[in-house]
Write a protein that binds this ligand. Structure first.
Ligand code: BTN
Length: 319
């Protein structure tokens, strides 16, 4: 109901009376008043003028359940939304929810993460009010060894969503960093709960720098946000997640129906790693060569100068 009320307030130019709202939404005047109070608690500035009605003065760019639902156009993804102002990590919350039986498509969104998790045990900077930090629970009927394909699918969906929302064209850096002008704008962390032969759940963690205008010093050369790359345009976080979930749903259904091939082709078209001479630093060694492709498991194929092909499972890549 609150998402409908929000839609109504946003689309009204000027004031809308309590009576009109109660008529359009089919709820009592008291219920309207209660919902308005709830919106105020969530940071909305609402003006209430006797005989004129209500007017929205300020939209806090929140990506809570009401805001996302007001924009959502998907059939399955995001139908269940768990929103928290502050968590340790949405990954942890999602693992817990998945173990308790949360449905496929459930998302856990937080305004702030105190210990956001990155790949390879790194920390993911997740300040409040600016980025989009969320985890998606999937229950794909695929064998566990194919789960890495979902990481590439996620990178494709995030890249397409950035283009749809902003007109910018990011590139994917293997395995799944999303870059704009060479700086990281989004990261993906895929984790799995599985039996030896069956996936229980895949937890896809997605972090997107939306409206930050500055980063901690150690990140300022390597991280960017959508806002920084578009001359200070502020983007709606709820709009963005709704666009992303639509792109995700399209690719996820396509993948379950037709397999990995089209996802892989799209990933290859959106990456800049393939065809480039790169340096891959793994835990044990540093390799130099040309990135010639990826396998169906998302493993990077590196052709060394002597012609031999190395399989790279995990590494830091530099050009
Ligand atoms: C990476 O590039 O290293 C992956 C970063 C993934 C960050 C997201 S933010 C939402 C979710 N919760 C976490 O703790 N991490 C992921």
């Amino acid at each position: 109901m609150r998402s409908k009320l929000l839609q109504l307030l946003r689309q009204t130019n000027g004031y809308i009376s309590g009576q009109e709202i109660s008529k359009q939404l089919g709820i009592s005047r008291t219920a309207v008043w209660k919902h308005m109070e709830e919106l105020r608690k969530n940071g909305y500035e609402l003006e209430a003028v006797p005989r004129k009605g209500y007017r929205l003065l300020n939209d806090p760019n929140r990506a809570g359940e009401d805001e996302i639902k007001a924009k959502l156009q998907t059939q399955t993804l995001g139908q269940e939304i768990i929103y928290k102002n502050e968590v340790t990590s949405t990954q942890e919350e999602a693992h817990e929810a998945a173990r308790k039986g949360a449905a496929e498509g459930t998302i856990i969104v937080a305004d702030r993460q105190l210990k956001g998790k990155g790949r390879l045990g790194r920390k993911w900077e997740s300040p409040p009010g600016s980025g989009l930090w969320f985890s998606l629970i999937l229950r794909p009927p695929i064998p566990p060894q194919e789960a890495p394909q979902l990481t590439l699918l996620t990178a494709v969906a995030v890249t397409e969503a950035v283009t749809e929302a902003t007109g910018l064209q990011p590139q994917i850096k293997w395995p799944n960093d999303i870059l704009l002008n060479g700086k990281k704008v989004a990261g993906i962390l895929t984790e799995m709960q599985s039996d030896p032969d069956r996936i229980q759940a895949v937890i896809v963690g997605i972090g997107i720098n939306i409206n930050q205008m500055e980063f901690p010093e150690e990140l300022s050369d390597i991280a960017t946000s959508l806002k920084q790359e578009s001359e200070g345009t502020t983007y709606s976080r709820a709009d963005f997640i709704a666009i992303l979930l639509s792109r995700y749903e399209y690719w996820y259904h396509h993948y379950l129906k037709h397999g990995f091939l089209d996802v892989k082709k799209r990933w290859e078209a959106l990456t800049f790693t393939i065809g480039k001479k790169i340096k891959a630093t793994t835990v044990t060694k540093t390799l130099i060569g040309t990135a010639v492709g990826i396998t169906d498991d998302g493993v990077l194929l590196l052709k060394k100068e002597d012609g031999e092909i190395e399989h790279i499972y995990s590494a830091d890549i530099s050009l």
